[in-house]
Each structure stands twice: as structure tokens, then as C-alpha cells.
Write a protein that binds this ligand. Structure first.
Ligand code: B12
Length: 316
């Protein structure tokens, strides 16, 4: 049993609720951890988790917490050695989570928890899950294993139903805030040799924000121009700051005009490296000399390498 028992943080992430919510459910409704090993914090057993899962589902469906807790406490132990689940499967035809779920493919329990928190518009749980992942796994792993699957799942559901716009906006905001906090926590020293920018009219900034946080984590200084940068402004920024590399993000075909890349290559202070990042760009229309990274990790390593080579050539 000891091996299977979980901490409050792990249970919160699996359920997609904030740790403070778990504490409230414990204090007010007695749905707490039952395993106690002397000298350790109390741990949640699989039976505790199953009861909390009932609590989470029913409250998401609009049942009052007191009523949901009554059902959860009464439910027979649903784990393999128990006697089976009996809580009502659905109280209302569509729950307060908007019904349905966000597909996350093979992503792990944290992504499923984040997807559930997103459906409930539970900003505290969304932020807590992301912050925990960033602190424990780093930016690249959090992007690939947690944020990307949930963002892609939201896009998939939106494409199929035209819904979930409120979820998309709330999650985007929480992701931005968490990545900004991670970037602020590790501000690199030294001149900013990497310029990050979205293409003209491009509003999808999250992948670039992930790159900024990953660069900060790797100790690489950058300058971020953000969303919707007109090409003249981009070239002006290049001429004024002389970056070693420019990463230009385009998420959709509509913003992927290769003339923006050509303008960078023709700039008086032409950068050593121009990266065309994002699914908007078409490989067969990129000007010669432009590099297209396949993912976040490659964008980080190319940026770090070009920064190092510039620093080296300035020393020689
Ligand atoms: C969040 C979101 C928004 C937010 C963006 C908030 C923000 N600050 O970024 C808001 C609400 C603003 C928004 C607006 C719009 N959106 Co939007 N959005 C999304 C969503 C859900 C996630 C975007 C994201 O961050 N993806 C990150 C990952 C999941 O994308 P990926 O494709 O897997 O990217 C990989 C590669 O690019 C590769 N890679 C290669 N090189 C590099 C380099 C780096 C540094 C990184 C990190 C990765 C990388 O790795 C990536 C993953 O790591 C997507 C769904 C989706 N699948 O992307 C829709 C999506 C992109 N949006 C879409 C649309 C249509 C729009 C709007 C036009 C809606 C509207 N009618 O207003 C506007 C566009 C505005 C504009 N002109 O830019 C469509 C685009 C369809 C298309 N192919 O043209 C999508 C696909 C949703 C859908 N299925 O319909 N959106």
C-alpha cells in the first residue's frame, strides 16, 4: 500500500484540482488521506483517490460540495479489493464542465488533470499544475508532455465543435503567466543576442513564450517582441540591436509570408541565423539560408549555439 499512496500534490494533479481545494474537502467534508506512516505526512490511498474522484466529478456536474461529499463517503471502496463504484454516473445531462473532454492522446496523468481543470475553467488548478511541472521537469519537458498535448486537444475539440473558446482563452492566459514567471525566475546575464518575434498579424505567442522561458532556463539572453510584428518594425529592431539569431513564429498559413524572412536576410545587420519556426511556414517557400527547427528543443539548441559562436568570434 505504501508504494501506491500519493501525496496531496500528486492527487491534486491527477484530479486537476488545486491543493487548497483538496484541503477544504478534507477539513470540511472529511475526505482526507487515510494512510498514516509515523514520521511522514499523511498519504492518499487508491480508495481515498477514488472517493475524491467521485467528489470532483459530482461537483463539476453542479452538485453542491456537501451533497457530493455525502455520495463520495457512502460509495463502497471501488478499488480492485473493494466492492465497486455506486455514485450516480451523471446528475445533469450536461455538467458544469461544459460536457465532453479535451483529448490529450497518450499524455500522462498531469495532462489529463490539466485538461479536466481547463474544462472546469478552474484557473487556480490550471496554474498550479503548470507551475509544478515547470519547477520539477523544466520548460521543454513541460511544453512537450503537458502544455502541447492540452493545447492541441483544445484545438481539436474546437475544430470539431466550434466551442471551447473560453477554455482556450483561460488556458492561454494561465500558460502565459506561468511561462513569464519561469522566465523571470532565471533572468540570464549578458547581451540579448536572440530576437524572438511573431510574424505580422500572428497572435499565437505561446510557443515563442515557451522558447523564451526555455532560453532563460538555459542561461541565454533574448529579446521578445511578441505578437503581430509588422515587417518594417522587425527589421528596425534587427538594425538597432544586431542579434545573432532571429526566431520568427508563424502558426498559420495566413501569417507565413516568406517576404518577412527575405527582409531579415537583406537587413544591413543581417543575423547569422534566421529561424522560421511554427507550423505556418511551408518548407518549399522558405528563402535559401533560412533554417526551420522541428521543435522547441531544437530551437533552444540552435539559439544557444549561435549565441556561443558569436561570443567566441568576438573574443578571438
Ligand atoms: C491557444 C490558441 C489560440 C490563442 C492564442 C493565445 C496565445 N497567446 O498564443 C488565441 C485565442 C489568440 C487564438 C487565436 C486564433 N486562432 Co488559435 N489556436 C490556439 C491553439 C488552441 C493552441 C496554439 C498553440 O500554442 N499551439 C502549440 C502547439 C500545440 O502547436 P503545434 O502545432 O503542435 O506546434 C508544433 C510545431 O510548431 C513544432 N515546432 C517547430 N518549430 C518550433 C519552434 C518552437 C520554438 C516551438 C515551441 C515549437 C516548434 O513543435 C510545436 C509543438 O511544440 C491552436 C490549436 C493548435 N493545435 O495549435 C489553435 C489554432 C492554431 N488556432 C486557429 C485559429 C483558426 C485561430 C483564429 C484565426 C481564430 C479566429 N477566428 O479568430 C485566431 C488567429 C489569430 C491570428 N491572426 O493569429 C486554428 C488554425 C487553423 C489553421 N491551420 O489555419 C487552430 C489550429 C485551432 C483549430 N483547430 O481550428 N488561438
Amino acid at each position: 500500500m505504501v508504494d501506491e499512496a500519493l501525496s496531496a500534490g500528486a492527487v491534486a494533479r491527477r484530479l486537476g484540482v488545486a491543493v487548497t481545494t483538496l484541503r477544504t474537502w478534507h477539513q470540511r467534508y472529511g475526505l482526507g488521506p487515510s494512510e498514516h506512516i509515523p514520521g511522514h505526512h499523511r498519504r492518499y490511498t487508491p480508495s481515498d483517490l477514488a472517493r475524491l474522484e467521485i467528489m470532483r466529478r459530482l461537483t463539476a456536474e453542479g452538485v453542491s460540495p456537501a451533497e457530493a461529499a455525502r455520495w463520495a463517503r457512502q460509495a463502497p471502496d471501488p478499488t480492485p479489493n473493494g466492492t465497486g463504484v455506486v455514485a450516480p454516473t451523471r446528475i445533469h445531462p450536461t455538467g458544469r464542465d461544459g460536457g465532453g473532454s479535451i483529448p490529450v492522446g497518450r499524455a500522462g496523468p498531469a495532462a489529463r488533470g490539466l485538461a479536466r481543470a481547463a474544462m472546469r475553467l478552474d484557473a487556480a488548478a490550471i496554474s498550479e499544475t503548470i507551475a509544478h511541472a515547470l519547477a520539477t521537469s523544466g520548460v521543454v519537458a513541460t511544453w512537450e508532455g503537458l502544455l502541447r498535448p492540452v493545447l492541441a486537444g483544445i484545438g481539436e475539440r474546437h475544430a470539431a465543435t466550434a466551442g471551447l473558446i473560453e477554455v482556450e482563452h483561460l488556458v492561454s492566459r494561465c500558460v502565459s503567466e506561468a511561462l513569464a514567471a519561469a522566465s523571470r525566475a532565471k533572468v540570464p546575464t549578458g547581451p540579448a543576442r536572440i530576437l524572438l518575434s511573431c510574424a505580422d498579424e500572428e497572435q499565437h505567442t505561446l510557443p515563442l513564450e515557451a522558447l523564451a522561458a526555455a532560453l532563460a532556463e538555459a542561461g541565454v539572453s533574448y529579446r521578445m517582441l511578441g505578437a503581430r510584428v509588422p515587417v518594417a518594425a522587425l527589421v528596425e529592431a534587427v538594425n538597432r540591436t544586431g542579434p545573432a539569431a532571429v526566431v520568427l513564429w508563424s502558426h498559420t498559413r495566413a501569417t507565413a509570408d516568406p517576404a518577412q524572412l527575405s527582409a531579415l536576410l537583406a537587413a544591413p545587420r543581417r543575423p547569422l541565423l534566421v529561424l522560421a519556426a511554427g507550423p505556418g511556414w511551408r518548407a518549399d517557400t522558405l528563402p535559401a539560408g533560412v533554417v526551420r527547427p522541428v521543435d522547441l528543443a531544437e530551437a533552444v539548441s540552435l539559439s544557444a549555439a549561435v549565441r556561443d559562436s558569436l561570443d567566441q568570434s568576438r573574443r578571438d
